[in-house]
Design a protein around this ligand. Structure first.
Ligand code: 13P
Length: 287
C-alpha cells in the first residue's frame, strides 16, 4: 500500500528501525524490491534519483510503474524522489503522485538552500507529500550509476553541523534531514569511519529522523549503531546493482549454448532480491 514518507518514518521511529530507501532504475529492480519486502513483510521506500539516472530511464516512464507497484504491494511503500535538483523536477514527481520528495540544495549557500527548501515544503504540502532536504556534503556528483566506482572519500570538515541542522529544520519545516557524517555515495576505496556520536546529536538537536545516504559498503554493525542513534531512512543502491552485475557475469561464464536477454534480466533480478532481503533484515533488526 502506498503511504507517505512521513508515515513510514513514524513507523520506523515506533520500532527503532530504519527503512531502506532503495533506488530503482529498471523493472527488474522494482520487482525484486517489492518481492523482497513482501516476503519479509517489511515496509520500504522506493526512490528514483532523476538527476543521476534519467539517462537510464526517464522519470515519467519509471514513475507510474513505481506508483503501481507501491499501490498493489501488501506492505507499506513510500515512493520518493531522490536528490531533487530543482523545483521543476520536484513538481514532476509530485504530479506523478510521489509521496515524498528530496530537495538537494546542499551545494548552495545555507540561506539559498533554506529558502528553496522552504518553498519545496510549501509545494509538497499541497500534495500531502513529505520532504527530505540535505545540509553538509556527501559527494553528490559521485553517486555511482550502474556500478561505476566513486573516488571521493568523506571529508570530516564537510560533516553536518548539528546546531546549523537544527536551525535549518526550524526554518524549513522538513520532515527528515540527510546529513553528512562519514558516508559517501558509490563504492568506498577505504573502510568508512562514521562519526556515530554526531548522528545522536543531529537527531536530538533537530528533532527529526536522520537520513543516511551512501548505504552500500557500510558494515551491519555500523548500520545498527546509526539506527540506534536516530537514523530512520537509509539510502542504498550501488551494491544491489553491482552484485547483480557480478551474478550475471558469473552465470554467463558458466553457461553453455545460447543466452537469451530475458535470462540476463532474471539473473539480475534474483540477485537484487537477495541483496534487498539481506539489507532489509539488517535495517528492520530481524533475527
Ligand atoms: P549507494 O549507491 O552508495 O548505496 O548510495 C545510494 C544513495 O545514497 C542514493 O541517494
Amino acid at each position: 500500500m502506498l503511504i507517505s514518507l512521513k508515515a513510514i518514518l513514524d513507523l520506523a521511529e515506533s520500532r527503532n528501525i530504519a527503512i531502506g530507501a532503495f533506488n530503482v532504475t529498471t523493472l527488474e529492480g522494482i520487482r525484486a524490491l517489492v518481492d523482497a519486502a513482501e516476503e519479509l513483510d517489511q515496509p520500504i521506500i522506493m526512490q528514483f534519483a532523476n538527476a543521476a539516472h534519467s539517462q537510464l530511464i526517464p522519470l515519467e516512464m519509471i514513475g507510474p510503474i513505481m506508483m503501481q507497484f507501491a499501490e498493489r504491494a501488501s506492505v507499506p511503500v513510500a515512493v520518493h524522489l531522490d536528490h531533487g535538483a530543482n523545483f521543476e523536477e520536484v513538481h514532476r514527481a509530485l504530479d506523478l503522485g510521489f509521496t515524498g520528495v528530496m530537495y538537494d540544495g546542499s551545494t548552495l549557500s545555507y540561506e539559498q538552500n533554506a529558502a528553496n527548501t522552504r518553498a519545496v515544503v510549501e509545494m509538497a504540502e499541497e500534495y500531502g507529500a513529505s520532504v527530505e532536504a540535505e545540509i553538509g556534503a556527501m559527494g553528490r556528483e559521485e553517486f555511482a550509476s550502474a556500478g561505476e566506482s566513486s573516488e571521493q572519500e568523506a571529508i570530516a570538515g564537510t560533516y553536518t553541523d548539528p546546531d546549523q541542522a537544527a536551525k535549518f529544520v526550524r526554518e524549513t519545516g522538513v520532515d527528515c534531514l540527510a546529513c553528512s557524517f562519514g558516508t559517501v555515495h558509490g563504492i568506498y576505496l577505504k573502510t568508512p569511519h562514521l562519526d556515530i556520536p554526531r548522528v545522536g546529536e543531529l537527531r536530538s538537536k533537530t528533532g527529526v529522523p536522520i537520513v543516511m545516504h551512501g548505504g552500500s559498503g557500510i558494515s551491519d554493525e555500523d548500520f545498527v549503531r546509526v539506527i540506534d542513534q536516530g537514523v530512520r531512512k537509509i539510502n542504498f543502491y550501488t551494491y544491489a546493482v553491482k552484485y547483480a552485475g557480478d551474478a550475471v557475469r558469473q552465470k554467463i561464464g558458466a553457461a553453455d549454448g545460447n543466452i537469451f536477454f530475458h535470462d540476463i534480466a532474471s539473473w539480475g533480478m534474483e540477485s537484487m532480491k537477495e541483496t534487498y532481503q539481506k539489507t532489509i533484515r539488517v535495517f528492520s533488526k530481524l533475527n
